[in-house]
Design a protein around this ligand. Structure first.
Ligand code: MRU
Length: 370
């Protein structure tokens, strides 16, 4: 997608220096566009855990490139020494963030590709090819999600005789959370490109403000009409008939259609259910954890530092970036990063293969049956 009219992905191999991975450092958006050079697996692991890069698809791609960086720097004295360093790197990357399954999936996929090759040179080539494939497939899946999800927006637009379709989204399941296009935003961009009138309510998404900082930034950069609202406004907007549909992303989806997404998603699903508003989840199949069936019991929920709740970072009028304490200094805070929305609150899943009910049967039919 575009920043100041120029197309960017969120992560890529540096032109003219394939030993360096470059990524947009999202801690500085929307005020500054900073591109970070990542040169080894430790730097990549820190970038993931400290959220320079974030979002399910992007941390999957970052993990793939982290494995490639690990392969570049692993000891070449013997295949055993090389593989031992690679396995350690995989564990290090997997430990960075527990909820999004893409991370573990990307590490395992790259590991398998490295293992089957003979000779260190070939193993390094396999790591690079796999990381590139993960990134390209992520972008491609998101583009297809946009095409499928467009039909949902088109249908509502027809019903409203071309009046703007009001869409509420939470967190950032936009292109910044993936390699390109995004999931929840991809149908919105597709509709906007087709001149279907849309307007997006962007939940601010405390405490890290992915909505207010990132989703608003990318919608603005792509000229999509939007309004930032506080997280607790959703119920009010829905009661007043101001929301036609909700669309969010997913960090891990069970084989039965339960969805883990940014904290606060469950409350929005409850409000949508109570108000008869369709609640869609857009996701690439890389976020489906086929091994698990009960999201509430089985999806690990990340707990992050209390400082993310107690402090806010922002830009002063004179252009300085400042961090300010907004709570009593000694009050403890709990920072749960995700919650689980049970499948029965989900109207449908929008995936790269098509749209299906959020049920085991619906998902199985879409992905496993011809
Ligand atoms: O903590 P983050 O910013 O990495 O959160 C992940 C997300 O981007 C959201 O939960 C998103 O809505 C899911 S789609 C990547």
């Amino acid at each position: 997608m575009k920043i100041n009219g120029r197309h960017y992905r969120t992560i890529w191999v540096k032109k003219d220096d394939p030993s360096v991975i470059q990524a947009i450092d999202q801690r500085f958006l929307p005020h500054e566009l900073i591109i970070e050079d990542l040169k080894d697996v430790d730097a990549m692991a820190a970038a993931i855990s400290e959220m320079h890069v974030r979002g399910a698809g992007l941390i999957g791609a970052a993990a793939g490139y982290g494995m490639y960086l690990a392969a570049l720097h692993a000891p070449a004295s013997s295949e055993e020494a090389f593989m031992s360093a690679i396995l350690d790197a995989g564990e290090k990357l997997k430990a960075t963030r527990p909820t999004a399954v893409n991370l573990e999936w990307a590490v395992n996929r790259t590991l398998e590709a490295i293992k089957v090759e003979k000779g260190i040179e070939n193993k390094i080539i396999a790591a690079r090819k796999t990381a590139d494939a993960i990134a390209d497939e992520d972008a491609d899946s998101c583009r297809k999600i946009g095409e499928f999800g467009l039909s949902v927006i088109e249908e509502i637009s027809r019903r409203k005789n071309g009046e703007p379709v009001n869409i509420l989204t939470h967190c950032n399941a936009g292109w910044l959370a993936f390699v390109d296009y995004g999931t929840a935003t991809a149908p919105i961009y597709a509709a906007h490109e087709k001149d279907i009138k849309v307007h997006v309510y962007v939940d601010e998404t405390r405490p890290w403000n992915q909505g207010g900082r990132l989703t608003a930034f990318e919608l603005g950069q792509n000229n999509v009409p939007h309004t930032i609202v506080t997280d607790n406004a959703a119920g009010h907007l829905m009661q007043r008939g101001m929301v036609d549909m909700v669309i969010v992303g997913s960090d891990r989806t069970t084989a039965t259609g339960d969805v883990a997404n940014k904290i606060g998603t469950y409350l929005i699903a409850l409000a949508a259910h109570a108000n008869g508003i369709p609640f869609y989840v857009a996701l690439p199949s890389s976020t489906i954890d086929w091994k698990i069936r009960d999201g509430i019991r089985e999806i690990p929920i990340e707990k992050r530092s209390e400082n993310e709740v107690k402090y806010v970072r922002g830009r002063t009028e004179d252009g300085r970036t400042e961090t300010a304490l907004i709570t009593p200094k000694d009050s403890p805070a709990a920072n749960y990063a995700f919650d689980v929305t049970p499948s029965y609150f989900v109207t449908a899943l929008i995936t790269e293969k098509g749209i299906c009910p959020a049920t085991e049967e619906g998902i199985t039919r879409l992905f496993w049956k011809a």
